[in-house]
Write a protein that binds this ligand. Structure first.
Ligand SMILES: NC(=O)C1=CN([C@@H]2O[C@H](COP(=O)(O)OP(=O)(O)OC[C@H]3O[C@@H](n4cnc5c(N)ncnc54)[C@H](OP(=O)(O)O)[C@@H]3O)[C@@H](O)[C@H]2O)C=CC1
Ligand SMILES: O=C(O)[C@@H]1CCC=N1
Length: 277
C-alpha cells in the first residue's frame, strides 16, 4: 500500500480545526498532519487537542507536505501564498484552498503558476463528520490527486465535485454559509419557546433534536421536503397555522433573498481579491 500523504494546514482557525477533527475521527493519522499559524499559544492548544505537529513557519509547514490546505481568511491569502510560493514551486504538492470567493487562477498566480490546485467549499459540521463540501479541480490536478482531495473531504461528510468553478459561489451560499442559517432558526425557535414558558435547556434540546430528526428524515425518505412538510400538517391543525404564518410573512422570499446575498458577496469577493493580484 502507498504511504499516506502528509497534509499541511496553513491557518489553524475554525475550519482547519473542524477538518482536522473530522479527519482524525475517520482514521487519518495525527502523525501525517502539520499545522501553521502565527500565534504559538494557539498552535500549542491545537497540538494538545489533536496531537498534530505545529509550527509558526508557513514555509516549513508547506515544505513537509504532499497536500497543502490553505485555510486562512481570503484577505490574508495573497501574502501567505506569495510567501510559500518558492517552496511549493520546488516541492509541487497538491494545493487545496478552502477560501470563499477566491478563484483558482488568482491563487495560482500568487503561488507562482502551474500548480495542481483544488478549490473546496466545506462547512463547519465537518467537525462532527457531517460536512457538506463542493470541490473543483484545475487542469493540473491528476486523477490520483483528485482522489486524495476527495478522500480528505469525504472522510468528514459529503464531498461533491462541480464541473464549473463558478458553481462554487452557489455552493458557498448553500452549504458553506448554510449551517449559520439553521443555527439562526434554532435560535429563533428557542427564543419563541422560552418566551412561551419552556425552560431554556428543554427548549434547546427539543429544537435541536427536531432539526436533526427532520434532516435525517429528509435524507432517508423517498418523499421530497414538500411532501414531508404536508405529512406534518394535519388539516385544521397547529402546523398548518404555523406554516401559513411563515408563508404570509414571506419566509420563502426571504430565504431566496438571503441566499442571493451570499452568492453575490462570494462573486464580489472574487472580483475584489482578483484585483489584488
Ligand atoms: N468558517 C466557515 O464556516 C467557513 C470558512 N471557510 C473559509 O475558510 C477559511 C478560514 O476561515 P475560518 O477558519 O473561519 O477563519 P479563522 O479566522 O477562524 O481562521 C484563520 C486562521 O488563519 C490564521 N492566520 C492568520 N494569518 C495567518 C498567516 N499569515 N499565516 C498562517 N495563518 C494565518 C489565523 O491565526 P490567528 O487566529 O492567530 O490570527 C487562524 O488560525 C476562510 O478562507 C473562509 O473563507 C470556508 C467554508 C466555511
Ligand atoms: O462567511 C464566510 O465568508 C465563510 C464562507 C462560508 C462560510 N463562512
Amino acid at each position: 500500500m502507498s504511504k499516506s500523504p502528509t497534509i499541511s494546514f496553513i491557518g489553524a482557525g475554525n475550519m482547519a480545526s473542524a477538518i482536522i477533527g473530522g479527519m482524525l475521527d475517520s482514521g487519518f493519522r495525527a502523525a501525517d498532519i502539520w499545522v501553521s499559524a502565527p500565534d504559538d499559544d494557539h498552535l500549542q492548544s491545537i497540538r494538545k487537542r489533536f496531537g498534530v505537529s505545529v509550527t509558526t513557519e508557513n514555509r516549513y509547514c508547506a515544505q513537509q507536505a504532499d497536500v497543502v490546505i490553505l485555510a486562512v481568511k481570503p484577505q490574508v491569502m495573497a501574502d501567505v501564498c506569495r510567501d510559500i510560493a518558492p517552496v511549493v514551486q520546488n516541492t509541487r504538492p497538491l494545493m487545496i484552498s478552502i477560501a470563499a470567493g477566491l478563484e483558482a487562477a488568482t491563487l495560482d498566480s500568487w503561488l507562482g503558476g502551474g500548480l495542481p490546485l483544488v478549490r473546496v467549499m466545506p462547512n463547519t459540521p465537518s467537525l462532527v463528520g457531517k460536512g457538506a463540501a463542493g470541490l473543483f479541480a484545475n487542469k493540473q490536478v491528476t486523477e490520483q490527486q483528485r482522489q486524495t482531495a476527495e478522500s480528505v473531504f469525504s472522510s468528514i461528510g459529503t464531498a461533491l465535485w462541480v464541473a464549473d468553478e463558478d458553481q462554487l459561489h452557489a455552493v458557498t451560499a448553500l452549504s458553506g454559509s448554510g449551517p449559520a442559517y439553521f443555527f439562526l432558526m434554532l435560535e429563533a425557535l428557542e427564543e419563541a419557546a422560552t418566551a412561551a414558558g419552556i425552560e431554556a435547556s428543554t427548549a434547546r434540546q427539543l429544537a435541536i433534536q427536531t432539526m436533526a430528526g427532520a434532516a435525517e428524515m429528509a435524507a432517508r425518505s423517498e418523499h421530497d421536503p414538500a411532501q414531508l412538510k404536508r405529512n406534518v400538517m394535519s388539516p385544521g391543525g397547529t402546523t398548518e397555522r404555523a406554516i401559513q404564518s411563515f408563508e404570509d410573512g414571506g419566509l420563502r422570499q426571504l430565504v431566496g433573498k438571503a441566499y442571493r446575498a451570499a452568492c453575490e458577496r462570494s462573486e464580489e469577493m472574487a472580483r475584489e481579491l482578483a484585483g489584488k493580484s
